[in-house]
Design a protein around this ligand. Structure first.
Ligand code: EPU
Length: 333
């Protein structure tokens, strides 16, 4: 296990915020995870970190950061047209997706190029272009950090929701160790989101690779490459409002888009923010991305506090105009 004391977390969060941690442990094997779990660490002052792609640090972290860097993709079984894969929490999400695309395992190609590790992908129930990770999760192996109990959680027990799960709702209580994915061996495409189908038509057909490429192309056009420009993807969730509120909003602002979602209507947070002129706004090194108003960016030296201040200003302005409060998707520490 690699151990660092008083270390900068800048390379460990995609916002690129320069804060420090008292201690950083890098857990690269199952054995190192076991040693860490047996070490009598204080769960209250410990942060389990994956790729740091959905986190905003607003100050130094006075405790231990345990970074999960375990690797491994193992085939467990094949039956009824599906393959079951066990994947270590520390696998880079896009490496896993590319593995599936190369092998012809269908179900994650729409989730191309998302900055994440497999564990974080499940905690956050990542989603894009009409698919969510929960659609292909069979079960999750996780440890309760308080009791030390390790067990498998069925998909139902994971309590997945829009960009959330049991593990996110009980932040700090669990460490995901591995995930069992169930993927289809038969083609099964979801191409109805945005202009995915049209782009596939222009490319001459829908295959697992062409879906991966089209989604990657759209992402590259709209979203910043976190290696070049710090960000954590969408900063806020898309709000879901009751039907009555939607009718009211739609009457006052007919240009607003709404999509049916459960009992209510999901609005586009990007559209709300964009409509107030925030896209491309910059204050110091904290800004709103020039092509996606839902994405806050760090041009270099922004602090977590400055990015958070910008998020609060955006939230207030949306609340003032539209009478609803945006909720963060990003975890703020
Ligand atoms: N739009 C604007 N202004 C903008 C950007 C978008 O008005 O600056 C409008 C577009 O016209 C479009 C609508 O907003 O009709 C939706 O935009 P987009 O397709 O980019 O999706 P989104 O709802 O803003 C969500 C996810 C993204 C995911 C995309 C694609 C959330 C919070 N975000 O964004 O996920 O990649 O859909 O499926 O659900 C993430 O979670 O970090 C993330 C990037």
């Amino acid at each position: 296990m690699l151990v660092f004391e008083n270390v900068s977390l800048k390379p460990y969060n995609t916002f690129g915020v320069d804060v420090s941690a008292d201690r950083l442990l890098e857990l690269r094997t199952g054995g190192e995870v076991d040693s860490f779990l047996a070490s009598g660490f204080d769960a209250g002052s410990c942060l389990i970190l994956g790729s740091g792609a959905n986190i905003l640090f607003t100050g130094d972290f006075h405790g231990t950061v345990a970074r999960i860097a375990t690797k491994g993709i193992r085939e467990i079984s094949r039956q009824d047209g599906r393959v079951l894969l066990e994947v270590a929490a520390g696998e880079v999400w896009d490496d896993f997706v590319r593995h599936c695309v190369a092998q012809g395992y269908y179900g994650v190609e729409n989730l191309a190029l998302i900055p994440a590790q497999v564990g974080g992908a499940v905690v956050q129930n990542i989603g894009a272009y009409g698919c969510e990770v929960k659609d292909v999760v069979s079960s999750v192996r996780a440890v309760c950090l308080k009791s030390g109990e390790e067990r498998s959680f069925s998909r139902e027990e994971c309590g997945f929701g829009y960009r959330t799960s049991l593990f996110k709702r009980h932040r700090g209580e669990y460490m995901v160790r591995s995930v069992l994915f169930s993927l289809s061996l038969e083609p099964l495409f979801h191409t109805e989101y945005g202009d995915v189908a049209e782009r596939l038509r222009q490319r001459g057909g829908t295959t697992i690779s062409s879906v991966y490429e089209v989604v990657s192309e759209i992402r590259r056009e709209k979203l910043p490459d976190v290696k070049v420009l710090g960000s954590a993807g969408s900063f806020f969730r898309n709000p879901v409002v009751p039907d009555g509120k939607w009718q009211e909003l739609h009457a006052a602002f007919p240009q607003l888009k709404g999509f049916p979602e459960g009992d209510g209507v999901k609005l586009s947070a990007a559209q709300l923010i964009d409509s107030l002129g925030w896209k491309g706004y910059r204050c110091g090194d904290a800004g709103v991305h020039v092509r996606q108003a839902l994405v806050l960016v760090n041009y270099g030296r922004a602090t977590g506090g400055e990015i958070l201040q910008l998020a609060c200003d955006i939230r207030d302005s949306v609340e003032q105009r539209y009478g609803m409060r945006l909720e963060e998707e990003v975890i703020i520490i």
